[in-house]
Design a protein around this ligand. Structure first.
Ligand code: MRU
Length: 353
């Protein structure tokens, strides 16, 4: 079964995104006509989720190349390459934590650098094909991870998940929510508790929407309820995604993940992260080296535009936290499930080795 919606699609010379800021009460399409609008869409979370922002940025490179194409003929290939790199750097700064953004931009630039495209037409056709490939590969990767991840989901499992890891967070299908859907469609009886995921409510607005569409029995809970459910033995496993995985297996994911992992460790509940290999940052040895995005105070003081804190109140609003690898049972990837010792087993997945 596939979703009845398409998270991102390039058509009629522009990138069409489901506007995730207004779901589930409104279903609107946000159209990016140039790479600046792509940067805005990522920064303002029109599109979010590590693999989704990677695929979105890939089309941003195509849009930049379309805009810069006249300079290829007038100013020459090196000026064009310099301007394209500047556009990539601009988009790269939109959100600092998820490595997929950087990964996709690098892959597009490196494809350009290793090509023998001679004309702007060849460049645009080539970059479009590469962006399409990133998008298609992501969907395929998610399907593979789901089949692999299904092995760890028991029949009649009660699962806790956090943030949104579904089709909306990817080019399609999803990571952790993809595993849950695969298990459900393969005939397992499941019950899912979805954390609302403050402050942006990706769980309440997006995961609940996807769970409802998929017909999976579920309940939405405030983030603070997970502790009691885990202590009371009501959760068989926690499964969620990741925005950047360090080489030692530390996983950076949506704020609140670390807290859940600590509870799982305390009460012996299996804790799985589902990530494509493109989310592993082989350059970073430990999770504390991962840059953590801090978002604006208004997400806390004015949720949904309604003031809930006194004027002038100072706020600390990190969007992600790092789960130490010691809390993780396994990291599910398209290449298999990585178990401890993580450092050794992750090293085997390095693209060059
Ligand atoms: O701030 P967001 O909504 O982009 O954060 C998303 C998450 O933390 C997801 O869990 C993560 O990207 C992995 S799911 C594909």
């Amino acid at each position: 079964m596939m979703e009845s919606f398409i998270t991102l699609e390039f058509k009629e010379g522009a990138l069409h995104l489901i506007d995730q800021r207004v779901l589930p009460t409104e279903y609107t399409i946000f159209v990016c006509h140039d790479y600046r609008e792509v940067e805005f869409a990522i920064r303002d979370m029109v599109v979010r989720g590590a693999p989704a922002i990677g695929a979105t940025a890939a089309y941003g490179v195509l849009l930049a190349a379309m805009e810069l194409a006249p300079t290829f003929d007038s100013d020459g290939p090196s000026a064009f390459r310099k301007n394209l790199k500047e556009a990539c750097d601009f988009m790269d700064a939109a959100r600092p934590t998820a490595v997929n953004l950087h990964w996709a931009l690098n892959r597009m630039l490196s494809t350009y650098d290793h090509s023998d495209w001679k004309t702007t037409q060849e460049i645009l056709t080539g970059l479009k094909s590469e962006a399409d490939l990133i998008r298609e590969e992501d969907i395929e990767t998610n399907k593979t991870m789901s089949r692999i991840g299904n092995q760890v989901i028991p029949h009649k499992a009660t699962i806790l998940t956090h943030c949104n890891t579904g089709a909306l967070a990817t080019a399609g299908w999803g990571t952790a929510l993809g595993v849950i859907k695969e298990a459900f469609y393969s005939g397992k009886e499941l019950f899912v508790y979805a954390d609302e995921t403050r402050p942006r409510l990706q769980g309440a607005r997006l995961t609940a929407w996807e769970l409802t569409q998929a017909g999976i029995p579920s309940k939405l809970i405030p983030d603070s309820v997970g502790a009691t459910l885990i202590r009371d033995g009501k959760i068989d496993l926690v499964i969620l995604g990741g925005d950047r995985v360090a080489a030692n297996g530390d996983v950076c994911n949506k704020i609140g993940t670390f807290m859940l992992s600590a509870l799982c460790k305390l009460y012996g509940v299996p804790f799985y992260s589902v990530v494509p290999v493109s989310t592993i940052d082989f350059q970073l040895s430990r999770g504390d080296q991962i840059p953590i995005e801090e978002r604006e105070a208004s997400e806390i003081t004015h949720p949904g535009g309604v003031q809930v804190a006194p004027d002038g109140m100072d706020v600390y609003n990190p969007a992600f936290d790092v789960t130490p690898h010691q809390h993780i049972t396994g990291i599910i990837t398209e290449k298999g499930i990585i178990y401890p010792p993580f450092e050794e087993n992750i090293a085997r997945l390095r693209p060059s080795s």
